[in-house]
Design a protein around this ligand. Structure first.
Ligand SMILES: NC(=O)c1ccc[n+]([C@@H]2O[C@H](COP(=O)([O-])OP(=O)(O)OC[C@H]3O[C@@H](n4cnc5c(N)ncnc54)[C@H](O)[C@@H]3O)[C@@H](O)[C@H]2O)c1
Length: 391
């Protein structure tokens, strides 16, 4: 009775409110139900090929074959023994399967306008250059190439040919990180003082993978560096990193599994990161931004939010966090493909640009140098032709 006075008018008589802007899944659904698009007209699907269907490639394959904007014509991979099973599992009777030695067929096929690359990093440079030389737009897993010189060559080729080359920094397309970035840019936490990123991998990658990964700074920490610069909208002038190899097999290949870094930015902001190749409790991905007006953070996400914890005699048990990247970043992987298609089909401005990708390679190289020499590395951007604002 005491609260009846708060009942107000019947909800049927009150002006109808729509959902909150952060519920992007509902926005997407409503648009699809009402056949609404923010893009003009309907474009025919792009005809595509995908190189590499291992861990990352399988994620992209699943998104591509479900996407009406893509018509998949070729799958290129060197594990020929999987072809028959893949064809029947996914009902890919119209797709041609090739091994890399026959991949010229893809490059020469004028019907193919788009190439997705998720083969090992050391193969990217050649596939990117050949694809672009044959007038294809390219979606490429990070890193674009093994060295800054090769990465630059890829972008120079793309610019010369007027083709799109997109580096798949998937975390930028994660709804939670995007929301954090938007709030930071709206001034919610004021002038940023500290950005903290934690990225601990799960499961432990195979040594075969690590051997050809390009090293943890270029394979994993590039995501952390990109996210820090993307949120802050600036590039660091100083990088310090320390790294150890606690896992003997990783030490034996001269890589690291336990890394910490500090980056100092022109605004005075400091980015702090810790990164690990192996976290036993799941894929630990967190981001926090602290400023003079407050703090905002993205915590770990879980497969099931509604059965969050169980209370037992000895305490509470919470649902484990996502085990690995295919589940934690499921939405981000699908959304980055949509963005790439928007760029290719509708000329929407590309979010991950060539100079940003090159800048991230330069930061990764500096951080690795710092870890290997125990020195602080000052970064000079004056000759890099960098626009004033990062993003
Ligand atoms: N953005 C992310 O979250 C993310 C996650 C994992 C991997 N990656 C990147 O994706 C790439 C692949 O990594 P992965 O973990 O999927 O590796 P993987 O070893 O699981 O898969 C690579 C696949 O490529 C095939 N392959 C080898 N040479 C090839 C060639 N020349 N042409 C076509 N296919 C070829 C292999 O047979 C294998 O199936 C790497 O560049 C890695 O950095 C990105």
């Amino acid at each position: 009775m005491a609260t009846k006075k708060f009942a107000g008018e019947s909800p049927y008589k009150v002006a109808k409110k729509t959902h909150h802007a952060s519920d992007w899944i509902l926005t997407d659904f409503v648009n699809k139900v009402n056949l609404v698009s923010d893009k003009p007209g309907v474009k025919p699907p792009v005809v595509a090929a995908i190189f590499g269907i291992g861990r990352a490639g399988s994620i992209h394959l699943c998104n591509i074959i479900r996407n009406p904007r893509v018509l998949l014509k070729y799958i290129v991979d060197d594990r020929k023994e999987r072809f028959d099973e893949l064809r029947s599992f996914w009902n890919l009777s119209d797709v041609t399967f090739l091994t890399s030695k026959d991949s010229d067929r893809v490059f020469k096929d004028k019907a193919v306008s788009t190439v997705f690359i998720a083969s090992p990093t050391f193969t990217h440079h050649e596939i990117v250059v050949k694809s672009i030389a044959n007038n294809k737009d390219v979606f490429c897993e990070k890193p674009i190439a093994e060295s800054i010189a090769e990465t630059k060559k890829c972008y120079d080729t793309a610019n010369a040919k007027g083709r799109v080359l997109f580096a798949a920094f998937n975390r930028r397309f994660d709804p939670s990180y995007r929301n954090l970035k938007m709030k930071v840019r709206e001034g919610l936490v004021g002038h940023v003082q500290v950005l903290k990123v934690t990225a601990r991998d799960s499961p432990l990658p195979t040594i075969d993978y690590l051997r050809t990964s390009g090293g943890v700074f270029h394979d994993c920490l590039v995501h952390d560096f990109d996210m820090a610069c993307w949120v802050l909208g600036e590039l660091p002038v100083r990088v310090q990193a320390t790294a150890t190899a606690l896992i003997p097999e990783i030490k034996a290949i001269d890589d690291f599994d336990n890394i910490a870094f500090l980056m100092t930015f022109p605004s005075g902001a400091i980015a702090i990161g810790d990164n690990s190749r192996f976290s036993v409790y799941g894929y630990d991905q967190r981001l926090e931004v602290f400023g003079n007006k407050g703090m905002i953070k993205v915590e770990n996400e879980k497969p099931s939010a509604s059965t969050d914890y169980v209370i037992e005699q000895d305490g509470c048990k919470s649902h484990p966090i996502y085990y690995s990247f295919p589940s934690r970043y499921k939405d981000a992987y699908a959304r980055e493909v949509e963005h790439f298609l928007d760029v290719v089909q509708y000329g929407v401005p590309q979010e991950v640009t060539g100079w940003q990708t090159l800048a991230i390679s330069k930061i990764a190289t500096a951080a690795e140098e710092s870890a290997r020499t125990n020195k602080t590395i000052e970064i000079d951007w004056s000759k890099d032709d960098i626009p004033n604002i990062y993003s």
